[in-house]
Design a binder for this molecule. Structure first.
Ligand code: TPP
Length: 513
């Protein structure tokens, strides 16, 4: 067995059975070995940002790593923006990156680069495997490192000669360390603070799943505390029958207003809230001055255990939490408005949908409108690097083939990873993509004002508009094999969305704004 085959067999032995790929010459032995080993699902992406984003979506939905297969330093570099987003979401991923054969590197061939250096920016574990005998051990270590709380990327670099040389040894899964338990003093401090009132629990990571939210809902109901999550959350289970958590708004003034009355924030698997950017004369954080910030459990600690002990101490274990009722709004019609399109989505959202949200300014009404929709998952981008939604939708659809994925995509961000549509078609993925075609970088117009740069002139405006020529999303989609339609108003949107949701397989609707 050569090193490449030992790597694939070890990944499978460690529970990694999905590989998003974009290979090159140095990865050819890995590609060839895929035919000899049963059980690895391989999905091709036509750009590495699609590959890494898909691995992020897969890891977020399964809590298990997918692997990526990337070509040398440049392939990894092309995938870095979505690996950055995945790092911010603490998503487990195992990146496999090929390198030149070791005997070839001293000649400085054209594609040689500092792969370890490039990997380190977004990986918590980086190793170059130097012999086929070490491949299995290193791969098992990479998987375990990606899963250690709170989760992250491992990058295993495999020189071509290590891949092609016989002597590969398969290893079995290594133990993943359990999350650390929070100190008793922190449980007591949180209880004391919440008893005083005007408090909120700020949740992220595993605390945004339905079971953990129930638990926090009991604490909230017994202390009158609120449940919040940072703007930069990763995935929330929400909708009817669930305990709602309110996302802190992106816009600084709105975030400040939302938190103004709070005297204590208790962080559970969350970092303290922070504004996305600095602005002249605005604070860095949205909480009011004097607001106490307590850590109940850090991002890598056992938040559920800490919340259970807190509920115990507060006598809240049998308190009923407030759960959202199911409310379906009537379908609106007429000209497209942001509130109207949010209402259409809330009216038609299927049960157990996975919503991947990169709607940016077009989605301002969405979170409120869908609070009482049937139970669903809401996936957002805690890393802020755009071009995230369509790739992540691929990974979510591969991970959960029985669930409908609703990909809410702004047009500017959509163009970064537009090749995702081809992978959706190739794999027949059950993803409905709505593209919000406002033909501008709308959010940046607001940001220009916010940073105090004044009114844009002609040249500056040209950098913020993406019309001239107008993108034809229906053609972009059909050209890649995804059936598509255009909705000019809310009636057409409702008709097209209802139709797309009834079918299986990828569809795209361009929503003209
Ligand atoms: C990788 C990366 N490049 C550039 C940016 C800066 N940026 C933030 S939002 C944005 C444009 C968003 O436009 P669009 O996706 O059309 O959404 P809209 O603002 O119109 O709602 C840009 C270029 C970024 N966040 N990430």
């Amino acid at each position: 067995m050569n090193g490449a085959e030992a790597l694939i067999r070890t990944l499978l032995a460690c529970g990694v059975d999905t590989c998003f790929t974009n290979p090159g010459t140095s990865e050819m032995h890995f590609v060839a070995a895929l035919d000899r080993v049963e059980g690895m699902r391989c999905v091709l992406g036509l750009f590495e940002g699609v590959v890494t984003g898909a691995a992020d979506g897969y890891g977020r939905m399964t809590d298990r790593p997918a692997s990526t297969l990337l070509h040398l330093g440049p392939g990894l570099a092309n995938g870095l923006a979505n690996l950055h987003n995945a790092r911010r979401a603490s998503t487990p991923i195992v990146n496999v990156v090929g390198d030149h054969a070791r005997g070839h590197l001293p000649y400085d061939p054209p594609l040689a680069s500092d792969i370890e250096g490039i990997a380190r920016s977004n990986s918590r574990w980086v190793k170059t495997t130097l012999t086929p005998q070490k491949v299995g051990h290193d791969a098992a270590e990479a998987v375990a490192a990606s899963l250690a709380a709170p989760g992250g990327s491992s990058t295993l670099i495999l020189p071509a000669d290590v891949a092609w040389t016989e002597g590969g040894a398969v290893a079995s899964a290594m133990a993943v360390p359990a999350r650390r338990k929070a100190d008793e003093s922190r449980i007591r401090a949180a209880a004391d603070a919440l008893r005083k009132g005007h408090g909120a629990l700020v949740l992220n990571g595993p605390m945004l799943r339905a079971g953990a939210l129930e638990l926090c809902g009991r604490i909230a109901a017994s202390t009158n505390a609120e449940l919040l999550c940072p703007t930069q959350m990763n995935r929330a289970e929400r909708g009817a029958g669930r305990v709602a958590v309110d996302r802190i708004p992106y816009v600084v003034e709105m975030a400040q207003k939302r938190l103004a009355h709070l005297r204590t924030l208790v962080l559970v698997n969350s970092k303290p809230p922070v504004n996305f950017f600095a602005y002249p004369d605005k604070p860095a954080v949205p909480m009011p001055e004097g607001c106490e910030v307590l850590v109940l459990a850090g991002p890598d600690e056992d938040g559920i255990d800490a919340a259970e002990r807190l509920a115990d101490l507060l006598g809240a274990t049998s308190t009923e939490p407030r759960r959202e009722p199911l409310v379906r709004p009537a379908l609106p019609g007429g000209a497209t408005t942001l509130q109207g399109l949010a209402t259409v989505i809330a009216a038609l959202m299927p049960e157990q949908a996975i919503v991947v949200d990169e709607s940016i300014t077009s989605g301002r009404g969405l979170v409120g409108a869908t609070k009482n929709a049937p139970p669903h998952d809401w996936v957002v981008n805690p890393g802020g690097s755009i071009g995230f939604a369509m790739p992540v939708a691929i990974g979510a659809a591969v991970a959960c083939p029985e669930r409908k994925v609703l990909c809410l995509q702004s047009d500017g961000a959509g163009m970064y990873t537009v090749q995702s549509l081809w992978t959706m078609a190739r794999e027949g993925l059950d993803v409905v993509t709505l593209v919000f075609a406002n033909r501008t970088y709308e959010i940046l117009k607001g940001e220009l004002k916010n940073v105090g740069a004044g009114e844009p002139g002609r040249k500056a405006r040209d950098m913020l508009e993406i019309g001239r020529p107008d993108l034809d999303w229906v053609s972009l989609s059909r050209a890649q094999g995804v059936p598509a339609a255009r909705a000019e108003n809310l009636d057409e949107l409702a008709r097209e969305l209802a139709g797309a949701l009834k079918e299986r397989g990828p569809r795209l609707i361009e929503v003209k704004l």
